[in-house]
Design a protein around this ligand. Structure first.
Ligand code: NFE
Ligand code: MG
Length: 566
């Protein structure tokens, strides 16, 4: 068997290496490895819990606020801090904006080039491209002149031999199957989305001062509401938010989802591969920050072996992380699983010294731990959430999913796949964009009723805290279930564990040798040309990987231990 190595996997966030055993151009086994580490859980120890979110937020700049909010929710849970309604609604509007932003950017700028071939767009007839686009939606920019303008730009780039962002694609790969007009249409929207995404994040700047990494606060939000003020959240700023929400909804419904369905209709075989393990987990998005009232926007749900009828509620005591194949060590030995409240983050790099050809996959091979639920690997993310909503039939999910699959002439089983994952991401974006309109109306109504409160200072003084406190912060992040677990002792953080979506999906094998979703999803893929592993990229990108942002690991004497990038 041959070992295929892809390192780094590009068009993702962070550093991911995939190794796969191939025989007759078919993947027999696969290994997923996170190749860099930061240790933010260690940095947080001993700090004031009220400032933890600022450090935790730096875990990532793509899901730019989720670690801040998960951290804040964990601390609010531990210290029993109630969040004012306005603050919860503002946070929700910021979450909604993040989902729409992150999913659209993923679809066009990180995933679309797995399906569209920009060089083929040169051959398109802009009039036909416009007719095709108009048959899908009434988006105003779908004119022949707009498409021709985009086509002229890419043609000039190609003629000058300066492909820029489209350099080094596998553009002669036989798996690119779209007609030139569809390539041109999606390419035009790729460009369009670049400008659009820069606008809509203004919701974060209005409520949180900046993006990436907007400001938050334990106990509420740091943005005062005062309709008479020029600088606080006033009517002008709220109207701007409303306009931006409408722009988001328009782009999602008239551009993103139609493009997604168009692409899916040409790649129906991708609804038959890339599933993974068939277990799906949603830890839950609370309706009002705390999970303790049992109210959820996305309900906690566990689905085993694809069985949507036998879905289960979630027991948070059944989450554990293993380090059997991760470069960490546990006091009790590396074969046990630890619940995050008992979690340990102690480095133990036993990997090959760079430069090296391949990882020692029978031993430790990743900086990611292996989270498991009830001892089982489980996929988190848009597909898991759509399945949870479908199983429970909330947010009209059954109608949304069934009608979309019917348009494509596909049964519900098709959703358990690479393309199903990509489709689910688009459909949940519609759900979030519509919810934002409701949250906006609720916020306005609450403000108009005279409630301007955004911050609760009752527990600001540490002398009011219990000596020992533990808290869980839940947050459905764009890539899946995020949970932060904090133990506060004597007013300081005694232990802090973040169990992150991409950790669930991209983890290495566990103590029982069970594969993670990334690893399992690749098995059986047939590669048209192993030197251009486009098929692997399609499935891995369908998860929208985000490895923790790049920071080198230093040994005690200060020299860099960064692993080799091939
Ligand atoms: Ni860095 Fe993230 C999301 C989180 S994925 S992008 O979504 O948490 O690991
Ligand atoms: Mg962690």
């Amino acid at each position: 068997m041959k070992r295929l190595v892809i390192d780094p996997v590009t068009r993702i966030e962070g550093h991911l290496r995939i190794e796969a055993e191939i025989q007759d151009n078919t993947i027999k086994s696969a290994y997923s490895s996170g190749t860099m580490v930061r240790g933010i859980e260690i940095i947080l120890k001993g700090r004031d819990p009220r400032e933890a979110w600022v450090f935790a937020q730096r875990i990532c700049g793509v899901c730019t606020m989720v670690h801040a909010l998960a951290s804040i929710r964990a601390v609010e849970d531990a210290l029993d801090i109630k969040v004012p309604k306005n603050a919860s609604l503002i946070r929700k509007l910021m979450i909604g904006t993040l989902f729409v932003h992150d999913h659209v950017v993923h679809f066009y700028h990180l995933h679309a080039l797995d399906w569209i071939n920009p060089l083929q767009a040169i051959k398109a007839d802009p009039v036909k491209a416009s007719e095709f686009a108009r048959s899908l939606s009434n988006y105003e920019k779908s004119t022949p002149s707009y498409f021709k303008e985009v086509q002229d730009r890419i043609r000039t780039q190609v003629e000058r031999g300066q492909l820029g962002i489209f350099n080094k694609g596998y553009w002669n790969h036989p798996e690119y199957r779209l007609p030139p007009e569809v390539n041109l249409m999606v390419l035009a929207h790729y460009m369009d989305a670049l400008n659009w995404q820069a606008q809509i994040v203004q919701v974060h700047t209005i409520f949180g001062g900046k993006n990436p990494h907007p400001n938050f606060a334990v106990g509420g939000m740091p943005s005062p509401i005062d309709l008479q003020s020029d600088t606080a959240i006033n009517m002008e700023k709220l109207s701007r938010v409303k306009t931006l929400i409408n722009q988001m909804l328009e782009f999602v419904e008239r551009v993103y989802v139609p493009d997604l369905i168009a692409i899916a209709s040409f790649y129906k075989d991708w609804f038959e591969k890339g599933e993974g393990i068939g277990n799906f987990l949603v830890l839950g998005e609370p309706e009002f920050d705390s999970y303790r009232d049992g109210k959820f926007f996305i309900p906690p749900t566990f689905i085993k072996n694809r069985d949507l009828k036998a879905y289960e509620d979630v027991d948070y005591s059944k989450v554990e992380e293993y380090v059997t194949h991760s470069w960490y060590k546990y006091t009790k030995g590396d074969h046990v699983g630890l619940h995050p409240f008992e979690g340990e983050t102690v480095f133990n790099y036993t990997g090959p010294e760079p430069p090296y050809e391949q990882l020692k996959v029978e031993a430790k091979y990743s900086w990611l731990k292996s989270p498991r639920y009830k001892g089982l690997p489980a996929e988190v993310g848009p597909l898991a959430r759509m399945l949870a909503l479908y199983a429970r039939n909330v947010h009209d999910a059954r109608h949304i999913l069934d009608s979309t699959l019917a348009r494509l002439g596909l049964p519900i089983e098709a959703i358990f796949s690479t393309m199903g994952r990509t489709l689910s991401r688009g459909l949940e974006t519609v759900i979030y964009a519509h919810a934002m309109k409701r949250w906006y109306d609720e916020l306005l109504e609450n403000i108009k009723s005279g409630d301007l409160k955004v911050f609760n200072s009752d527990k600001w003084d540490p002398s009011t805290w219990k000596r020992e406190a533990k808290g869980l912060g839940l947050m459905e992040a764009p890539r899946g279930s995020l949970s932060h677990w904090v133990h506060i002792s004597g007013g300081k953080i005694a232990n802090y564990q973040a169990v992150v979506p991409t950790t669930w999906n991209a983890s290495p094998r566990d103590a029982k040798g069970q594969l993670s979703p990334y690893e399992a999803s690749l098995v059986g893929h047939k590669l048209a040309n192993p030197t251009e592993p486009l098929e692997v990229l399609r499935t891995i990108h369908s998860f929208d990987p985000c490895l923790a942002c790049a920071v080198h690991l230093y040994a005690e004497d200060g020299h860099t231990l960064s692993v080799q990038v091939l």
